[in-house]
Design a protein around this ligand. Structure first.
Ligand code: SF4
Length: 381
């Protein structure tokens, strides 16, 4: 993929992505949640292209007739916003107290009341805000005090194109460290929270940490997760180790195919404009290879559509990544059943030839034989 020196997508690619999205359809900006989900399934070109083109996958799924219940409810959204406003109130005093208590070095001075700098990061457009953030981080690091960056904007290159991301906050320590702050509305009960939710928050925080690392700062490899304490609206916080998520996300993002390459393989006239007829959309979606896995059900708006297609094709992917891996070259449920049934055709000459070269087929035959023996024994008793 050809890019200009600033790693911006070429004008031709931008135009192509806009065409795919549909005339007059505004791009949907990618966020850290989407990026973390993309990094968790780097083999899915379909998601990479749709996200990269800014397609509203929820609207696309609706137009395809397979809407998936997805995303936050309005109630959760409002509750999350009011909790975040409370956490950041009073010039960020309580938030910085939590940053100091959970992530600061032992000899680091606690932030004084009124002693936290909160720079103005407003600027026109995401690129302008990202530049303001970069300058603010540079200044805060040089100043050596406590600084709170409220909704900064950072930039990460994904599949050859820049993506702008907005963490809830970044705290700058007097020793120059930068800590990502994630504010969530799920509770920490008796010191522990839902591990799945903590894991998802950590994956998002890792995406922000990677974007901050690209700016060359000393990024804390622990994020501060701030949540309501027990059933109250009072904030409490825990430091979350990001080292594994940072390494995994970096590796997975590097595996993504560049958007230009995926777009170039599309047939003439492909479109993801939700206003187009469902059959046309289905053809376009089908023309981009997907990598369905049951995890898609909790991370991607197209999950019901992709699951239906995978089921129709008898793809073993619907059984999960582990089973898929165990089955080697057997790509469909039909092929798996045929391999297992071949046990019945085993003769004194030995198993069919395929079993000799395919350990999965041999294991299936063995399992089928054991099952048949067990059923026969149960029938005799
Ligand atoms: S649901 Fe479909 S498009 Fe989304 S990640 Fe899974 S396979 Fe890819």
């Amino acid at each position: 993929m050809s890019h200009n020196s600033d790693s911006q997508p070429t004008t031709a690619l931008r135009r192509r992505l806009a065409e795919l999205r549909g005339a007059d359809v505004a791009p949907r900006p990618m966020d850290a949640r989407a990026l973390a989900a993309l990094a968790a399934n780097p083999g899915c070109r379909r998601r990479a292209l749709l996200d990269g083109a800014g397609v509203d996958k929820g609207a696309l799924a609706e137009a395809l007739g397979s809407p998936a219940p997805f995303g936050q409810s309005q109630f959760a959204f409002v509750r999350g916003h009011s909790f975040e406003a409370r956490v950041k109130g009073d010039g960020g005093a309580e938030l910085m107290r939590l940053v100091h208590a959970r992530t600061a070095a032992a000899d680091s001075p606690a932030p004084e009341p009124g002693g936290v700098s909160v720079p103005d990061l407003s600027a026109p457009g995401p690129a302008g805000r990202a530049e303001r953030t970069r300058q603010a981080l540079e200044r805060a690091t040089a100043d050596g005090g406590w600084t709170l960056l409220d909704h900064p904007m950072v930039r990460l290159e994904v599949a050859g194109s820049p993506v702008h991301l907005e963490p809830d906050a970044v705290a700058v320590h007097p020793d120059g460290r930068w800590t990502v702050v994630e504010i969530k509305s799920f509770p920490i009960l008796d010191g522990s929270a839902d591990p799945a939710k903590v894991g998802a928050a950590a994956r998002q925080a890792a995406v922000y940490a990677l974007a901050l690392k690209a700016l060359g700062g000393r990024v804390d490899e622990r994020a501060l997760l701030v949540c309501p304490k027990d059933f109250s609206n009072l904030p409490t916080a825990e430091a979350v180790d990001l080292r594994r998520q940072i390494a995994t996300t970096r590796r997975q993002l590097a595996r993504l195919t560049r958007l230009e390459e995926i777009a170039a393989a599309l047939p003439e006239g492909a479109t993801f404009d939700p206003a187009r007829p469902p059959a046309e959309l289905a053809g376009s979606v089908e023309s981009v290879p997907a990598a369905y896995a049951p995890q898609c059900l909790s991370t991607c708006e197209l999950a019901f559509h992709c699951r239906d297609r995978a089921r129709c094709g008898g793809a073993v992917e619907v059984l999960g990544r582990e089973v898929r891996g165990e089955l080697g070259g057997l790509a469909t449920v039909g092929a798996v059943l045929a391999a297992a049934r071949d046990e019945a055709r085993d003769t004194a000459d030995g198993p069919p030839e395929e079993a000799a070269v395919n350990p999965a087929a041999a294991a299936l035959r063995r399992a089928a034989r054991l099952r048949a023996e067990a059923l026969a024994a149960a029938g005799r008793s």
